[in-house]
Design a protein around this ligand. Structure first.
Ligand code: EPZ
Length: 418
């Protein structure tokens, strides 16, 4: 079992470079199946990106991730239109390959992606959208069998701006000869990154100011060389680590414009931030003010993926705060672990109440999901003495060497195999 050992209670001082965005890399890797040779720079080394590479190879394309550069050579003919169950379960986001496989093979067979600990994460919006596009879908015994007699142009209105459903529609529509409009599409920076990636391959996808996406399917897509945007959630994680411990840090390759609302909250909590073209510097006082009310919403509102790490900060800030998790139904699993540090947090349904206290107690904790694990790491950095966070495999799904990044910022944190 992998464990992070953290000797906390010190102010942080240092500089680090933020990894490429996990939630851009995954859909862009899937999109590379649609074209010719794709070179993707700034691709983070994560268990989720490794899983993507495995799926791409299993489908019959060539794929290598060397350092932070992925090279995908899609095959003339994919050797399979199925993703085996083990791989579907290995990564929640395997569902975004469905659109790409259908686009290439006109058929696909997959099992349902596992729900995960943060929620059931159904795919009804993905499948409803595909049916509107002319895909015939049979669902039985946990398997989804799709085939496309003929794709058709249509206007799809998503009931919720689902990131994955938006991506899947883009992946299926990009190299079709149809015109697809997505109303109420997701607008996250990762969606824009995928749109730009596909257009760099010769695609024709645009988004208007109201969050509608217009896909003009092209005959075929070519190759590209592309650089993924920085990971906005990793950026916030490292900023919150410095904010919670006090000190100063500089994050290179960080994009302030992707995290405006959380940055405003950090400033309201007492941090001074300098936002450069591609860096963010933060100076943090000894103790923060409470963040007040944080309610997670689709972009550009407060991101659900930063809820846990902001809650960790709130446990040591002055005053009370309230968190409302509106996106996923089970995203408070870090609370019981934070309580081991004597954090004063109580939760009911999708509401959590925090009463900040001056000090947290070092403790042995267990990560139950990716972003919760990062939050426990941040909390442990601020507590004097030795703490441990087990379940590091969750953290490794989304953070490329979290101990190195926090080490750059002056933290005493090492990884152990227990
Ligand atoms: C993406 O997940 C991200 N993952 C998540 O990041 C992120 O939290 C989420 O978007 C919201 O921003 C990747 O990009 C790989 P959704 P996704 O479809 O696409 C419901 C992380 O920590 N829904 O926008 O699965 C769903 O259950 C991860 O990096 C349906 O009901 O999110 C959820 O409640 C966690 N039916 C809400 O919509 C559907 O068909 C948002 O889901 C699809 C979604």
């Amino acid at each position: 079992m992998k464990v992070l050992e953290i000797n906390g209670g010190k102010r942080l001082y240092g500089e680090t470079t933020v990894q490429g965005a996990k939630n851009s890399a995954l859909p862009c890797l899937a999109a590379s199946l649609l074209g010719k040779r794709c070179v993707i720079h700034n691709c983070p080394n994560l268990t989720d990106t490794y899983a993507c590479i495995k799926i791409i190879k299993m489908l019959g394309a060539k794929a290598e991730l060397t350092g932070n550069t992925a090279i995908i050579e899609s095959a003339e003919e994919l050797k399979s239109y199925k993703i085996d169950d083990a791989l579907m379960k290995e990564m929640r986001s395997s569902i975004i390959f469905l659109g790409a496989i259908l686009s290439r093979c006109k058929q696909a067979e997959i099992s349902y992606p596992g729900g995960c600990c943060i929620g059931a994460r159904p795919i009804d919006m993905h499948l409803d959208a595909f049916r509107q596009m002319g895909v015939e879908i049979e669902e039985s015994c946990g398997r989804i069998v799709c085939n496309i007699p003929k794709l058709k142009s249509c206007r799809i209105r998503l009931p919720f701006p689902s990131v994955g459903a938006t991506e899947n529609i883009m992946l299926l529509g990009a190299a079709s000869n149809c015109e697809i409009t997505i109303e109420n599409a997701a607008k996250e920076p990762e969606i824009i990154d995928l749109l730009s990636f596909i257009n760099s391959m010769g695609g024709n996808i645009n988004m208007d100011d109201c969050g509608n996406i217009y896909i003009k399917g092209v005959e075929e897509l070519g190759g590209t060389e592309y650089r993924i945007i920085p990971d906005r959630i990793a950026t916030l994680t490292y900023l919150c680590g410095i904010a919670m411990c006090g000190g100063y840090g500089r994050l290179n390759s960080a994009r302030y414009e992707h995290i405006k609302i959380p940055i405003e909250i950090l400033e309201d909590m007492g941090c001074a931030l300098e936002k450069g073209e591609s860096y963010i510097e933060i100076k943090a006082p000894g103790r923060l003010k409470s963040p007040g009310l944080i309610s997670t919403r689709p972009y550009p509102m407060f991101p659900t993926d930063a809820q846990a790490v902001f809650m960790a900060m709130a446990t040591r800030s002055k005053g009370r705060s309230c968190f409302i998790e509106n996106i996923f139904e089970n995203r408070f699993r870090h609370i019981d672990e934070l309580k081991k540090m004597r954090a004063l947090v109580s939760a009911r349904g999708n509401l959590a109440y925090v009463k900040g206290r001056r000090k947290l107690k070092n403790a042995d904790m267990e990560a139950k999901d990716l972003r919760g694990g990062a939050a426990l790491t941040v909390a442990a950095l601020s507590a004097k003495g030795l703490s441990t966070v087990s379940g590091v495999e969750y953290i490794d799904r989304g953070y490329e060497n979290i101990e190195r990044s926090f080490g750059d910022l002056g933290a005493e944190i090492i990884r152990r195999e227990m």
